[in-house]
Design a protein around this ligand. Structure first.
Ligand SMILES: Cc1cc2nc3c(=O)[nH]c(=O)nc-3n(C[C@H](O)[C@H](O)[C@H](O)COP(=O)(O)OP(=O)(O)OC[C@H]3O[C@@H](n4cnc5c(N)ncnc54)[C@H](O)[C@@H]3O)c2cc1C
Length: 436
C-alpha cells in the first residue's frame, strides 16, 4: 500500500487498529477524531492520578484478538488478570451470585426455578449452535426454558435495563453469545472467573497504537469532526472538515452506522442510508466517583429493579487494587438509555441526585460526604440493538461510494460489541483494503 493516502474517521479501537495495520504497509494514514482524546468508548480520563475508562471495562480470557495485539505492541505485561465477584440486588437485598452454591442459596426463587436457571446457563455455555436462536426473542426463549418466575426475577430486569423499549425484540443469539463467552472464559485449572484489566487503564492500548502509527509516518488529528463524505475524481474520496475539503485514495469510517448516514448525500444514497438507520443505537450514562468509603465486597452488581436509574453498580477497586488510585475506592454506576431520555439533557447535579439517592437504598451506610471526586459521562452511541431481524441489517464493509469503507461494532455478530471485537474489525478492514 506504499504511498496510498488513507483517511480513517474515528480514533476508537477499530479505527486505531486499522490505522496501525495500514501504516505498517507503507500507506500514508491520517486518523481524524472528533473528540480531544483517542480511545472512543474505551477512552479514559484522569482520576487520582491514573487513567480510568469513562465506562467500566474489562476483558475475558477468550478475547484473543486484543490479547494478541497487546503482545505485538509489547504491553502484554500490563495486562493483569483479577478475580471477579458478582452480586445481584433484588427485592431490597444484595446476594452473591456466581457459584452454583450461591445460586442455591438465593431465596427469591424456588428450587425448581433455580435448577432450571442453572441448567439453562450450562446448556448455553456448552452449545455452539446459535443459528437456530437468531430469530427467537431472548425474552421468549428465557421465559420458556427458565420458567416465568426465574425470567421475571433474573432476565427481564437485565434485558429491560439494557435495551428499554426494545427489550422484547433482542435476539437470543446475542444473549447466547454473552453467556457462552463468559462461560468459557477460564484458563485450564482456574476455579473462578478472572477478568483482564490493564495497569494504567485501557488508555495504554490507544497510546501504544498512537505511537506505532506515528512511528510509521501516520498522522492523528484530534478535535476534527468530519462533516461530509463524497466521491471525488479518479475514484478518490473527499472528506469535509471545518468547511475545508481533502481528498484520499481510500477512507475508512469507523463511526456508528447512522452517523455515516448523515455524512453522505441523502438523495443519492437514500436506500443505503435507510439500511444504516434501521440499526437502533442506545446511549449510556455513567457516574464515576472516588471515596474513602468501601461499600461492597463484590466487583460487579446487577441491579435487578426496573425502578433503579442504573443497571449496574461496580466497585472497580474490588477488581483492581485501590493503591492504583491513591488508596481511594473507585465506583461506577451505569445505564443504557434511548437518546431521547431526560438524562441526556439533565444537569450533572440532577443525575447525581437520582443515582446517589438510589445507591443509598442498596447501601444505607453510603455517605455522600465521603466522596472525593465525581464525574458524569454521557456517551451517545454506546450499544446497538441486536434484534431478531438483525442479520439482515448488518452493513457491508464496502459502501456504495467506491473506496469508502465502513467498520464499526454494528458488524459484529453474534458476539456483543467489545474492545476485542473492535480490534478484530480493525484487523479485518485493513485486510479488505489491501485485497479488495
Ligand atoms: C458502558 C460501556 C461498557 C463497556 N464495557 C466493555 C467491557 O467491559 N469490555 C470491552 O471489551 N468493551 C466494553 N465496551 C465496548 C467497547 O468500549 C467498544 O466496543 C469499543 O470501544 C468500540 O470501539 P470502536 O472504535 O468500534 O467505536 P468507538 O469507540 O465508538 O469509536 C468511534 C470514534 O469515532 C469518533 N467519531 C464519531 N463521529 C465522528 C466524526 N464525524 N468525525 C470524526 N470522528 C468521529 C468518536 O468520537 C469515537 O472516538 C463497553 C462500552 C460501553 C459504552
Amino acid at each position: 500500500m506504499q504511498n496510498t493516502e488513507i483517511a480513517i474517521i474515528g480514533g476508537g479501537l477499530t479505527g486505531l487498529t486499522a490505522a496501525y495495520r495500514l501504516s505498517k504497509t507503507g500507506a500514508k494514514v491520517t486518523v481524524f477524531e472528533k473528540s480531544s482524546n483517542l480511545g472512543g468508548l474505551a477512552g479514559g480520563f484522569q482520576i487520582n492520578g491514573t487513567s480510568l475508562e469513562k465506562a467500566y471495562h474489562h476483558i475475558f480470557r477468550t478475547d484473543k484478538e486484543i490479547i494478541n495485539l497487546t503482545k505485538e505492541l509489547k504491553i502484554d505485561k500490563k495486562l493483569k488478570w483479577h478475580e471477579s465477584s458478582i452480586g445481584l440486588y433484588y427485592n431490597k437485598k444484595l446476594y452473591p451470585f456466581v457459584t452454583p452454591v450461591e445460586l442455591l442459596k438465593f431465596d427469591q426463587l424456588g428450587l425448581v426455578d433455580k435448577f432450571r436457571l442453572g441448567l439453562v446457563a450450562v446448556y448455553l455455555q456448552k452449545s455452539k449452535n446459535y443459528k437456530d436462536l437468531i430469530n427467537i426473542p431472548a425474552a421468549d426463549w428465557m421465559e420458556k426454558w427458565c420458567g416465568k418466575r426465574a425470567y421475571k426475577v433474573i432476565w427481564e430486569p437485565l434485558l429491560k435495563g439494557k435495551f428499554h423499549n426494545y427489550y422484547k425484540k433482542v435476539s437470543m443469539a446475542w444473549l447466547w453469545a454473552r453467556i457462552n463467552t463468559r462461560g468459557n472464559s477460564k484458563e485450564k485449572g482456574e476455579q473462578t472467573e478472572k477478568l483482564g484489566y490493564f495497569d494504567g487503564g485501557f488508555e495504554i492500548i490507544s497510546k501504544a497504537l498512537e505511537k506505532e502509527i506515528k512511528k510509521h509516518g501516520g498522522k492523528i488529528i484530534l478535535n476534527s469532526n468530519i462533516e461530509k463524505i463524497k466521491e471525488d475524481r479518479n475514484g478518490k474520496v473527499k472528506i469535509k472538515i471545518e468547511g475545508k475539503e481533502m481528498s484520499f485514495d481510500k477512507v475508512i469510517a469507523s463511526i456508528p452506522s447512522h452517523v455515516l448516514g448523515k455524512l453522505i448525500d441523502a438523495k443519492k444514497y437514500k436506500k443505503y442510508i435507510e439500511k444504516l438507520n434501521s440499526i437502533n443505537y442506545l446511549g449510556a450514562i455513567t457516574v464515576v466517583f472516588s471515596s474513602f468509603q468501601s461499600l461492597s465486597k463484590y466487583y460487579w452488581h446487577n441491579i435487578n429493579d426496573i425502578k433503579s436509574p442504573f443497571l449496574a453498580f461496580l466497585q472497580h477497586t474490588n477488581l483492581v487494587d485501590k493503591s492504583n488510585y491513591k488508596n481511594e475506592e473507585v465506583y461506577y454506576l451505569g445505564t443504557y438509555l434511548p437518546h431521547e431520555h431526560k438524562y441526556f439533557k439533565a444537569s450533572e447535579e440532577e443525575i447525581y441526585k437520582d443515582f446517589f439517592d438510589y445507591l443509598k437504598n442498596i447501601f444505607p451506610d453510603f455517605d455522600r460526604n465521603k466522596i472525593t471526586s465525581k464525574y458524569v459521562f454521557k456517551l451517545a452511541n454506546a450499544q446497538h440493538v441486536v434484534d431478531t431481524k438483525y442479520v439482515n441489517k448488518i452493513p457491508d464493509y464496502e459502501t456504495p461510494i467506491k473506496n469508502l469503507y465502513l467498520a464499526n461494532f454494528s458488524q459484529i455478530f453474534p458476539e456483543d460489541r467489545g474492545t476485542n471485537f473492535a480490534v478484530r474489525e480493525g484487523n479485518k478492514i485493513s485486510k479488505i483494503i489491501q485485497n479488495p
